[in-house]
Design a protein around this ligand. Structure first.
Ligand code: ZN
Length: 456
């Protein structure tokens, strides 16, 4: 399986346009860690890939946490004394603090103000606020909007429901020749925020589509889950299966114009860490590798000491470090079609490394084999050797059954595709034999129909 070759057959402008268009369709939905927003989001993803939807009841104990009550909202506003909506949930779902309890009251501005959040140094942006585990209500306004509120009484209304229900998440499982798994996880709980949320959902959906119907060595499991509580819930329900996870990636914040950042797994030397670093080194964009830290996205849960899974986090701009983070400025203009397309390419490159990284043995290890008589070398000597021949020499020299193709790519400074294609040519010429037990056989058939299931 070579995903990059598949992508190379498509027009990158078209690929970027499709990715951005899907994010645009998801953008207006008011998502949260539970409720109909995440259900609608998963239903839209389910139209494209085989997604099984799980509903976990409120009150379910998941390690040290408990699945919270389900939150839904249909309307909210602040009306002035003349009955005009001066703040309107219908204009932006960010205007209401996520998980706000219902409220209907008339109060003076002084009483309302403690429930209002703004960003004074970004006076036109609306902040994104949540209060999942403390019952409270609030409105998020641009600072200018708040400054325009005159003294007087305001009618305050939040039509929300907080009641026993379910936590919803989606899982797309693509079986491969091996039961060893690659885990891809992204959070689906933020309302109208594009980079932090939708970019990950969009890329993960496209990757699952790209992987579907291909021969895969690994099995792939895509999780579309609410942040933190969703990952904790999934891990609690799948504890015994996590041993199958050989490689994992959390995808988030991957559509903005910033350079790439890859945060290593807690292990720090997992194959996914090396594969991601290698692909980023050759991707032609700026890229930085970050050590693991126990703060960030759901890699925190996958890399908690009890699990310590080989899961890293791929992003562009790092959470919390860019001004648009968790504000209304993280909108559809903040993510760009060309960046989404390049991010998809990087992910495809990483999967290509994982799928095709294997060990070979040189069948002619005593001095160099004569490549010329096999048409694997230039016919006239003297010029500097070409890149292809260089890659062949590297593969022949280090294919001792110990070094993997990724080892050789790292050591030679050549890209993995160059090393892999050299190995392919040498294998076809009878100069190499595989020295690992990877079968390379076709994958098992997938389930035939998308299904919706509940497990309570
Ligand atoms: Zn966030």
């Amino acid at each position: 399986m070579r995903l990059l070759k598949e992508l190379d057959q498509k027009d990158p402008v078209e690929v970027g346009g499709e990715l951005h268009a899907f994010a645009s369709r998801l953008y207006p939905i008011c998502r949260s860690i539970t409720g109909d927003g995440i259900r609608q989001t998963l239903a839209m993803i389910q139209k494209r890939i085989l997604l099984k939807i799980f509903e976990v009841p409120t009150g379910t104990e998941v390690f040290d946490w408990t699945v919270p009550q389900e939150w839904n909202i249909s309307d909210a506003y602040i009306k002035d004394s003349r009955g005009r909506r001066v703040v309107d949930f219908q204009a932006s779902n960010l205007h209401v603090m996520n998980y706000s309890t219902p409220v209907r009251a008339t109060m003076p501005l002084s009483q309302l103000k403690p429930h209002i959040f703004t960003i004074p140094h970004r006076p036109d942006w609306i902040p994104y606020r949540t209060s999942y585990y403390k019952k409270d209500w609030g409105f998020c306004l641009s600072h200018n909007q708040m400054l325009a509120l005159a003294d007087g009484d305001y009618e305050v209304c939040i039509v929300s429901k907080l009641e026993d229900g379910f936590l919803t998440y989606g899982e797309c499982f693509l079986p491969g020749a091996s039961t060893d798994e690659v885990l891809i996880s992204c959070h689906a709980c933020h309302p109208s925020l594009a980079n932090d949320n939708l970019s990950g959902l969009t890329i993960a959906t496209a990757l699952a589509e790209l992987l579907s119907g291909r021969d895969r060595h690994y099995s792939y499991r895509f999780l579309f889950i609410p942040g933190t509580i969703g990952a904790i819930t999934w891990l609690a329900r799948n504890r015994e299966n996590t041993a199958r996870i050989r490689h994992g990636l959390v995808l988030t914040g991957i559509g903005d114009a910033g350079g790439f950042h890859y945060k290593k797994s807690r292990r720090g030397d997992a194959e996914i860490d090396r594969a991601a670093a290698h692909v980023l080194q050759h991707c032609g964009e700026s890229a930085e590798i970050l050590d693991f830290s126990p703060y960030g996205y759901d890699e925190r849960q996958y890399c908690s000491p009890g699990f310590n899974l080989p899961v890293g986090c791929l992003m562009r701009s790092v959470w919390g470090t860019f001004p648009e983070y968790h504000t209304s400025a993280d909108n559809l203009d903040f993510i760009r079609p060309e960046q989404l397309a390049k991010s998809l390419r990087v992910c495809a490159g990483i999967f290509d490394v994982l799928e095709n990284n294997r060990r070979y043995r040189n069948l002619n290890p005593y001095c160099e084999p004569q490549l010329g008589k096999r048409n694997l070398y230039r016919s006239t000597g003297g010029e500097s050797i070409g890149a292809e021949i260089n890659a062949r020499l590297w593969v022949l020299n280090f294919s001792d059954g110990e070094h993997s193709l990724l080892d050789i790519a790292e050591r030679s400074g050549l890209s993995f595709p160059a090393i892999e294609s050299a190995a392919d040519v040498l294998f076809q010429s009878g100069l190499l034999e595989p020295s690992d037990d990877r079968s390379g056989s076709a994958s098992r058939p997938e389930a035939s129909l998308p299904s919706r299931s509940s497990v309570f």
